[in-house]
Design a protein around this ligand. Structure first.
Ligand code: NDP
Ligand code: OXD
Length: 321
């Protein structure tokens, strides 16, 4: 009997999400299992047992009556869960060393840029000005990570090893050597009050939507060596209120921000964020999912599933992440 096929439903438009690249990688990992690209191939929908998706159209998965599992080709599942017609099958997200390391690189790079006053040094270079400023040590800077999941915990360890004072905030407590843990809404204020650089690695859920707003920014520490609080958001754009970010930068509530994600993506060309001197922007590529790593991850999970072993990194539909 033919093996159940894998259907690819990818909406991307960037190099990383080119469907043909993903299809070639899946074909090489899945051997004699058919891989069909829903946008391009003709196939029998009943032959499809698995779907690998990135931002699929709402309702698109209803076409497959014998679906057994859906693999989201990223860590964040907000786009999939916003579809009320999502079928009653397990949803597996990406949680993998390759993606995790990429995110830690991003968080460490931007934390260091703010800590080492890189924006000031870039401006000096533009003016051909040799004007070093006092540089404090990493241990003088308090980094706070919103979201101590797979990504938050890994980034926290890397920052800690560089000497930063690191704390994390999450729904439930996460004890780790040298990293202070704050959990739940009651501990958020205390966490913010000790934070100079706030890194957001939360998932987008009904509870976290819009959390990065003026009332939260106003609670960040104001007595730190950086001269004002800094925010780095690589979670999701829906976590932030962009009008609040701009207003808080302009009135000094915030000193600077790094944003990888936006309320609407791609960021509109006329967004004032592009030109604001205290904003660093990246195009939602803090941690790309790499076809080489992730096709192998999905293929291994299908083998386990068909052998009766449990799927890993299954999303808790009740929690929304
Ligand atoms: P995890 O599910 O492993 O971790 C999520 C963390 O957020 C957990 O610590 C969880 O708490 C915490 N959390 C969730 N809801 C709340 C809440 N209401 N209050 C407090 N804490 C909460 O996810 P990952 O670490 O793998 O990924 C995090 C997010 O990063 C993804 O959902 C995605 O949006 C984003 N991402 C962005 C990328 C990019 O390129 N910009 C790439 C990859 C991911 P608890 O531990 O108690 O459950
Ligand atoms: C993800 C992402 O969630 O790339 O993996 O945003």
């Amino acid at each position: 009997m033919a093996k159940g096929a894998l259907a690819l439903l990818i909406r991307g438009g960037t190099d990383n999400w080119a469907p043909e690249r993903w299809k070639a990688r899946f074909e090489s990992e899945l051997g004699d299992r058919a891989v069909v690209s829903v946008a391009e191939d003709r196939f029998d929908p009943r032959a499809v047992h698995y779907a690998a998706v990135w931002k699929p159209d709402a309702g698109a998965l209803r076409a497959f009556p014998d679906l057994k599992a859906v693999f989201n080709l990223g860590a964040g599942v907000d786009a999939v869960l916003s579809d009320p017609t999502f079928p009653q099958v397990p949803l597996v997200r990406v949680s993998d060393e390759d993606l995790t390391s990429r995110m830690t690189e991003y968080v460490v790079m931007h934390t260091l840029m703010h800590h080492r006053q890189q924006a000031y040094l870039d401006a000096c270079q533009q003016r051909r000005e040799w004007a070093p400023r006092l540089q404090w040590p990493a241990k003088a800077v308090r980094v706070g990570i919103l979201g101590m999941g797979v990504l938050g915990r890994h980034a926290a360890q890397a920052l800690r090893s560089l000497g930063f004072q690191v704390a994390g905030w999450s729904r439930t407590a996460h004890a780790a050597d040298g990293i202070d843990s704050y959990a739940g809404p009651d501990r958020l204020a205390a966490f913010l009050a000790r934070t100079d650089i706030l890194v957001c690695l939360l998932p987008l859920t009904p509870q976290t939507r819009g959390i990065l707003c003026r009332p939260l920014f106003a609670q960040l520490a104001r007595d730190g060596v950086l001269g004002g609080p800094v925010v780095i958001n690589a979670g999701r754009g829906g976590l932030q209120i962009e009008d609040d970010i701009l207003a808080c930068l302009d009135d000094g509530t915030l000193k600077a921000v790094t944003l990888d994600v936006f309320e609407r993506e791609p960021l509109e060309v006329d967004s004032p964020l592009w030109r604001h001197p205290a904003v660093r922007i990246s195009p939602h590529n803090a941690a790309d999912t790499d076809p080489d790593a992730i096709a192998a991850y999905v293929a291994a999970q299908i083998v386990d599933f068909e052998a009766g072993r449990p799927l890993r990194n299954v999303v808790d539909m009740g929690r929304g992440y």
